[in-house]
Structures are given as structure tokens and as C-alpha cells.
Design a protein around this ligand. Structure first.
Ligand SMILES: [Fe+2]
Length: 599
């Protein structure tokens, strides 16, 4: 049984293929189109399906669209809070049948000229029209160059279509991928159809939602609003605000606390100020690209603390309700690795696991896993996401053919780990392109830029290479069995961190040996790796340790500013030659810029 998961309603559009409970392929559309996040989360982009990601999933499975049994779309238009209003106004409203579509709805020709209805947007009709037509778009809308795998026989497609509520998709992406059979589940994002935060319990193959918070009350939206206020791109740059927070003190805490009111039922209400309201509280907003000063750091620190304390309180309530030992997290807010570390260190759960594609891309995973899980009768056991290497790969033969075709000088490795470690020990910064691409926003050793953490100037060099802000830290990857020697956590520090979604304290006595990866507050966003998760990456770390005594490398995503991570050999070569990277290790081949060998 084949299930195709699609996320397309907002942004981070992505596709996932599940075969009988096992994930075969997963990828974000941005990696193929080079448009970061695939598209902006705007109502007039809702029609765009991730055709390139779908095409990859079908190719990886060796199937075509005609072979798909279930399609799971991670948004349920009937749950959208504007839909009831539209249905009431629609001619032919089929009262009593909640799932019946009206023949038509009123669609303003120029929505932007219309005033917003109470609690809604003048764009809601267009947005909904796009969503409900996704099946037709999938059937007929594939671009010409992808048509081959999208051809269907005449008549209705054989697939069964599932509209999966957005937060159920986030939840399922956590509990059906986590290493737990029983867990509490928490999701937080900007918003879905109307839900913004949810809490539930997964046990014996069944999931029960225990609490939810609806729009306009949203911790995720608060973070987005402040991201925008601080001059960054909301729904994209929230991680930069998290990085800024460590330079500040939470002196605006009272102002933020005044916005969030926790209740006794696992929820909260929020008074979210508009731009003028925020300026009254915090002073002028920062213009994009403007200077950053202490006030900005303090705003970020206050926001971060408010978020952490609120989520800790929600987690405490959820723990009391469920008695569960484990917590699984998803939703865009769960990419906040400082918050995740607070949950691990100060929260009531023994183990905290975060699904690596926690943002909206992961809803394609959750929708597919949920539809598959239900169709198979909710079995008690489920697939476990041991790694995120679920994207496309290229064989050495393909890579060599491409390098020769490009008339590039390259050399074949005699020993991939040893040859690469030698480059890193010599202070080279390398592009590392190996195996299947990561699913989710973090580079995890498949499409990474790697460097030695030992030189003091390495963070600066990497920020120069990636043309990004100086305040941005770079992160370490460490052999899992060496992690505790270098990094500590107050609780749960023995749990692996394969997805780089938790910060750890760097042991103070060792911090001077790895200055490049130690953030201003003495922490590091750690990735742990085992041989079974990524053998080449693991072997490289071992080889580097043998040469230096340090089982750690700097790992950052293989891209340049504003670009998604590289996907194909062509992307890797283009990024390599248009940035100051020293070498590219691609499959079993090395390309260097400065007389590094010839074919
Ligand atoms: Fe979401």
C-alpha cells in the first residue's frame, strides 16, 4: 500500500512516500526549485503543489502516480475557521452534510480591495478554492518536464484522498516517527486551519488530543511577529532571533508576560500587539539590515524566556494528564533548540524527542504516516526515524560522469575518511556531498559544509564563506560515544541528538580546544552521530579524532546566503565554485581550487 503525503497549503512544501508503514522517500520542494521554503505562506500561493518533490518520491519508489493508493494532504479545508462563514453564504449550501461542498462560493475578483471580515481575511475564498482543488491540480497540473511519472489512466484516479488536519499531521509526524510506543505529544506553530498549539497522548496505536489553542492565540505567531519587528523575515528567520537571545538579558520580561495568560487546561490566551503596540512597549522596530544593538538582544532574550516558560508550563500540564515518560515534539516552534533543551533539562519528561522536519515540511510526513496508520488498522508498532537521510542520492558513477562532462579536475579518494580528514586538519573548509539528502532544515552530514573546530577564527571564516551575520553560531557534530566527554546537559544528556535540535553546555575545561563551535553563552547546538546512522560521516569523525584527539567537526548547511541547501551534484559544484570553499568532497571524489590534483 503506497501513501503519498503532501504539504502545500502554506510554505515548506514537501512530499513523502510511505509504503506499508515505512518511509521510502521525503524531500522539500525548495531543494529542486531553489526557492527557499518553496514559496511564501500567502493565500495566493496555496495552489502550488510540490511537483518536483513528488516526482522524486515516485522515482525513489520506482512507481508512478497511477500506483498511489492514498494521498494525504496536510490541511483540512473543513477545519479552516473561515470555511463555515463561506458555506453559510454559499448558494446551494447542503445543510446537515458537513463534508458536502457547495456548488460555488462568493470569490471577490480583487480580494485586496475588500475589507477583512471579522476574524478572517478577504483572501479566504481564494485560499480555500485553491486548497479544495488540490486533487485536480495533482491530477492535471504537473509541469511538462515531469509529466512522465504523473500520467494517469482515463477516469477517476484510484487513490483515496485524505484531508488531514494540519496539527494532526504535525502530531503524527512526531508520534509515528518517535522512538516511543507511548508518549505525550506537543505541537506548536504559527497556525494551521485554526489550531496553533496542541497537546495529546499516543498509546497502544491510538492518539487522543487533550488540549488545543486556536488562532489568534499563538506562541508561534508571537515569535513570528517579533522576528519581523527585529527586521528579519518572519516564518523563516526565527532561528536568528533565537541566536540573538543569548546576547541579551530578559529585561522586557514583564511586557511579554503581559501578552500571554496560561490557563489550567493545557492552553493559553494571548494579546498580540500590532506594530504600533510593540513600538510602544519596546521602542522603534529595527529596519531590515539595520544595526543590531543591546535593546534588540534584550527583546529577543525576553521573548525566548517567555516562550520557554510557557512551553514548560504546557509540558507540565501534559505530563500530569498523561503520566507519560516520553515527549514527542513537532511544529515550527519545535525547531527552537534552546527551548527544547529547557524542556529536556527542566521539564518533567525523561526523554524528549523532536521530529527533525518539525516545520511544515514535516506535515507531509505526518499526513502520510497517519493515513497509512489508519488504513492498516492502527498497528501497535510503527516505523522509527533513526535518521533523516530520506532524499535523493547520486552514485559514484553518476558523479564521476558529471565531473568529466564538466571538464573539472578531480581526484578519486584512496580512503575517503582519511583523505578528507587530512584536508580538515590542514584547515581547509570543505563541501561534503554524500549519500541521500537530509529531510528537514538542518544539514546532518549529507549536504554539509565541514571544518575543523580547533582554529579560533573558524566561525568567522565560515560566516564569511556563507555570507551571513557574525552573531550566528556554527554547530558541532560529535561521535555519539564521545558526546558526554565534551558536552553536558542537566538532564537527558545521555539521549542522542542526531538531528541537531538541542543545545548542550560545552564542558568549560574543553571549550578552548573547540572555540569555533562554542556560542557566546558557552553552549553548542550538538549533532551526535553513530556508524549505523551515517557510516561515512562517522568514519570521517573517527579519522579526524585519530589525527587531532578531537572527535568533533564544525557542521553547517551546504548553501550560501538566501539559497536552500544543495541537492544535486550540479548544485554542489555551483555553490562550491561561487563561494570561498577550499575543497569539495563529493561521493568518492575530491575537487580542489588550488592545484589539488587532476583527473
Ligand atoms: Fe504548521
Amino acid at each position: 500500500m503506497l501513501t503519498l503525503g503532501i504539504n502545500a497549503a502554506f510554505h515548506d512544501c514537501a512530499a513523502v512516500l510511505v509504503a506499508d508503514g515505512r518511509v521510502i522517500a521525503a524531500a522539500e520542494e525548495e531543494r529542486f526549485t531553489h526557492v527557499k521554503h518553496g514559496k511564501r505562506p500567502l493565500p495566493f500561493t496555496a495552489w502550488q503543489l510540490p511537483f518536483h518533490a513528488i516526482d522524486f518520491c515516485l522515482a525513489q519508489g520506482g512507481v508512478t502516480l497511477a500506483d498511489i493508493d492514498h494521498v494525504a494532504y496536510s490541511f483540512d479545508p473543513w477545519e479552516f475557521d473561515g470555511f463555515d462563514r463561506l458555506l453559510q453564504a454559499a448558494p446551494g449550501d447542503k445543510a446537515g452534510d458537513r463534508r458536502a461542498l457547495p456548488d460555488s462560493i462568493a470569490l471577490p475578483l480583487e480580494p485586496w480591495r475588500h475589507p477583512a471580515p471579522a476574524g478572517g481575511s478577504p483572501w479566504d475564498p481564494l485560499f480555500l478554492a485553491y486548497i479544495v482543488n488540490a486533487p485536480g491540480q495533482l491530477r492535471d497540473g504537473a509541469p511538462h518536464h515531469l509529466k512522465a511519472r504523473f500520467r494517469l489512466p482515463p477516469g477517476e484516479p484510484r487513490w483515496q484522498w485524505h484531508w488531514v488536519e494540519h496539527h494532526l499531521a504535525h502530531e503524527a509526524s512526531a508520534f509515528l516517527a518517535a522512538p516511543f510506543d507511548d508518549c505525550a505529544v506537543l505541537t506548536l506553530d504559527g497556525r494551521g486551519e485554526h489550531v496553533t498549539t496542541s497537546a495529546g497522548h499516543f498509546s497502544d496505536g491510538h492518539f487522543r488530543r487533550l488540549a488545543e489553542v486556536s488562532h489568534p492565540h499563538s506562541l508561534g505567531m508571537l515569535y513570528e511577529r517579533i522576528t519581523d519587528f527585529l527586521g528579519f523575515l518572519h516564518s523563516s528567520d526565527e532561528y536568528k532571533v533565537m541566536a540573538l537571545a543569548s546576547y541579551g538579558t530578559p529585561r522586557f520580561r514583564d511586557q511579554f508576560d503581559g501578552m500571554v495568560s496560561l490557563d489550567d487546561h493545557g492552553g493559553y490566551t494571548m494579546k498580540l500587539p500590532d506594530r504600533a503596540g510593540l513600538e510602544a512597549l519596546f521602542g522603534p522596530a529595527r529596519e531590515r539590515g539595520g544595526a543590531l544593538d543591546q535593546r534588540h538582544f534584550d527583546i529577543a532574550a525576553s521573548l525566548q524566556k517567555t516562550l520557554e516558560d510557557a512551553v514548560l508550563a504546557l509540558a507540565g500540564w501534559l505530563h500530569r494528564q498523561t503520566g507519560a515518560r516520553n515527549l514527542a515534539l513537532a511544529g515550527g516552534v519545535a525547531l527552537n533548540c534552546v527551548m527544547n533543551a529547557r524542556l529536556r533539562d527542566d521539564g518533567p519528561f525523561e526523554h524528549v524527542w523532536v521530529q527533525p522536519a518539525a516545520g511544515d515540511a514535516g506535515t507531509a510526513l505526518g499526513a502520510a504516516l497517519w493515513a497509512d496508520h489508519c488504513a492498516r488498522g492502527r498497528p501497535a508498532t510503527h516505523w522509527r526515524m533513526e535518521h533523516a537521510l530520506l532524499g535523493p542520492e547520486w552514485s559514484d558513477d553518476d558523479i564521476e560522469a558529471f565531473l568529466r562532462w564538466s571538464h573539472l579536475s578531480f581526484r578519486r579518494c584512496t580512503d575517503l575518511a582519511a583523505d578528507t580528514a587530512d584536508l580538515l586538519v590542514a584547515g581547509k573548509v570543505i563541501g561534503w556531498f554524500q549519500g541521500r539528502m537530509e529531510f528537514g532544515p538542518r544539514a546532518l552530514g549529507a549536504r554539509s559544509i565541514l571544518a575543523s573546530p580547533i582554529p579560533a577564527d573558524m566561525q568567522q571564516r565560515l560566516n564569511d564563506i556563507k555570507d551571513r551575520e557574525d552573531f550566528r553560531p556554527v554547530a558541532p557534530v560529535v561521535l555519539e560515544d564521545r558526546c558526554a566527554e565534551w558536552f553536558t546537559a542537566e538532564q537527558g544528556g545521555d539521549d542522542p541528538a542526531p538531528f541537531m535540535l538541542f543545545v548542550f553546555k560545552v564542558r568549560p575545561e574543553l571549550a578552548a580546544r573547540i572555540p569555533a563551535v562554542v556560542h557566546a553563552d558557552g553552549t553548542a547546538r550538538v549533532q551526535t552521530v553513530r556508524a549505523d546512522q551515517n557510516p561515512r560521516y562517522h568514519a570521517l569523525l573517527r579519522a579526524f579524532e585519530q589525527r587531532t584527539g578531537v572527535p568533533i567537526l564544525v557542521n553547517t548547511s551546504f548553501n550560501t546566503r538566501g539559497e536552500p541547501m544543495v541537492c544535486s551534484p550540479r548544485d554542489a559544484l555551483e555553490s562550491f565554485w561561487t563561494s570561498p570553499l577550499d575543497a569539495l568532497v563529493i561521493g568518492n571524489f575530491i575537487v580542489e581550487k588550488h592545484g589539488g590534483g587532476a583527473s
